[in-house]
Design a protein around this ligand. Structure first.
Ligand code: GAP
Length: 445
């Protein structure tokens, strides 16, 4: 048997649609470009990705959570620099009218249309990526608000509230998961670059002078997190930025090797005291921290870890996809292909599936009862349609670690057969021992 990993994103896109992970938004109306809906399995998987990040962050004594609103006071975006500087250079191709980003389409130093390869393009003009809307019934300039382009600012403007209400002493962090919006000029690659996406950001406030040390610590923490997620080692790398943003003292990208190349999934940044200083200036509110032990006042520095939830989920989906190809049987041109989403059990949208071998009521009853019982502790499914071979394949394709079949012998010996997704081994297990057996297997998967 040979194993093939994901080579082409379209293979994953079709699996995601076929198996209820991700659908095109508003599909029945022809779809809305760059917007995607997570189906039942995708929503559950994404929720698990978020929970693993949330737990890694907020179960630490030095980090607390936050859920700030998407709409914020417009001056926030003046202070943060987004109104003046959050833009990409946009050009139009004079030949085919394609509109694209000038900075990402350079060939031998010349801006080149990615569609028709023409270098005859308009002058680049800055296009602000923030979505604008109006608050209240009057649509004039005084009512303009923005959909946040990052969750971070909700954390900065709540620094004082959180520190005071939670009696937090520096160093401490604030973590948040939420939607962000960017009117990207060239979205694409499935859920990789979209105009509406979810971010998981953590801002860690430290004493100036300790920022370099904390930046290193956070790089290590995040490396450990990605290792725990189970990524293939050679598919992930930490890449320092060549060019730093105006506020940053250091920055590194966590990159994953997608089928379309190495790309960022997370940024780790030393943002200095830029953000709190700006908000102090624009709001007129003091955002200094008073260090009681040393009797000193300062504006904290911020180490930020910012990961896109959808991008991380996409990287995980790419990483676990595999095809197991059997040698062709005699007289056959090609071998059988088993598609497996090799999720770690904690991320699998379904952890256990109960599959009665026949639709006869006594077997259905045992299967449903077991499903309901297991569903108290994990994601459990029940499936009685199609041949058992087809049902196994369906569960393999959605990454279910364990399948339990109930057969006529079960009625006699009170045992069921448990099949392991990866080893494809089968064990006969007494129903009254099943919970312990499953817990052990999932733990040691
Ligand atoms: N507060 C810092 C910040 O927002 P960023 O590098 O612009 O930093 C952080 O964004 C992460 O958010 C990225 O690494 C990426 O995973 C995700 N992200 C950014 N833009 C995105 C988009 N258009 N679609 C999907 N994810 C995006």
């Amino acid at each position: 048997m040979t194993v093939k990993y994901l080579e082409d994103l379209s293979t994953l896109v079709s699996l995601c649609k076929r198996r209820g992970f991700i659908f095109q938004s508003s599909e029945i109306y022809g779809g809305l470009n760059s917007c995607w809906d997570y189906g039942p399995l995708g929503a559950n998987f994404k929720f698990k990705v978020k929970m693993s990040w949330w737990k890694a962050m907020t179960r630490r004594q030095d980090i607390v959570g936050l859920d700030a609103s998407i709409l914020m006071h417009p001056t926030v975006w003046k202070a943060s620099g987004h109104i003046d500087g959050f833009s990409d250079p946009m050009v139009d191709c004079k030949k085919c009218r394609n509109r694209f980003r000038a900075d990402t389409e350079l060939v031998n130093g010349k801006v080149t249309c990615p569609k028709c390869q023409s270098t005859d393009v308009t002058e680049a003009r800055n296009f602000n990526l923030m979505f604008k809307t109006f608050m209240g019934p009057v649509e004039d300039s005084s009512a303009v608000v923005y959909l946040r382009p990052e969750t971070a600012q909700g954390i900065f403007v709540n620094f004082e509230n959180v520190a005071t209400s939670m009696r937090k002493k520096i160093p401490f962090g604030i973590a948040q998961i939420g939607k962000s919006f960017r009117n990207e000029i060239t979205p694409g690659n499935f859920t990789f670059r979209t105009r509406e996406f979810e971010q998981m950001e953590m801002q860690y406030f430290v004493k100036p002078g300790t920022d370099v040390e904390w930046f290193e610590k956070w790089k290590n923490e995040r490396r450990a997190f990605f290792t725990r997620l189970g990524f293939k080692e050679d598919k992930l790398r930490f890449k320092p930025h060549d060019k730093l943003a105006h506020y940053a003292r250091a920055a590194v990208d966590v990159e994953y090797q997608f089928p379309f190349g190495w790309n960022e999934i997370e940024g780790i940044h030393n943002r200095s005291d830029f953000d709190l200083t700006q908000h102090q200036q624009f709001s007129g509110k003091k955002l200094e921290y008073f260090d009681e032990a040393n009797k000193e006042k300062y504006i904290p520095y911020v180490i930020e870890t910012a990961v896109g939830c959808d991008r991380l989920a996409l990287a995980m989906l790419c990483d676990v996809y595999r095809e197991e190809v059997s040698p062709p049987a005699e007289g056959e041109a090609s071998g059988d292909v088993r598609v497996v989403m090799g999720f770690k059990p904690e991320f699998a949208p379904v952890q256990i599936a109960f599959l009665p071998l026949s639709k006869k009521p006594p077997l259905q009853e045992i299967g449903n009862k077991l499903r309901d019982d297991f569903a108290l502790d994990m994601d459990a499914d029940y499936d009685e349609t199609g041949s058992i071979g087809k049902r196994y394949r369906r569960q393999d394709e959605i990454g279910t670690p364990l399948c339990v079949t109930i057969d006529f012998e079960t009625l006699e010996d009170k045992k069921v057969t448990v099949r392991h997704r990866d080893k494809m081994s089968q064990d006969r297990v007494a129903i009254d021992q099943l919970k312990n057996y499953v817990q052990d297997k999932l733990r040691d998967f």
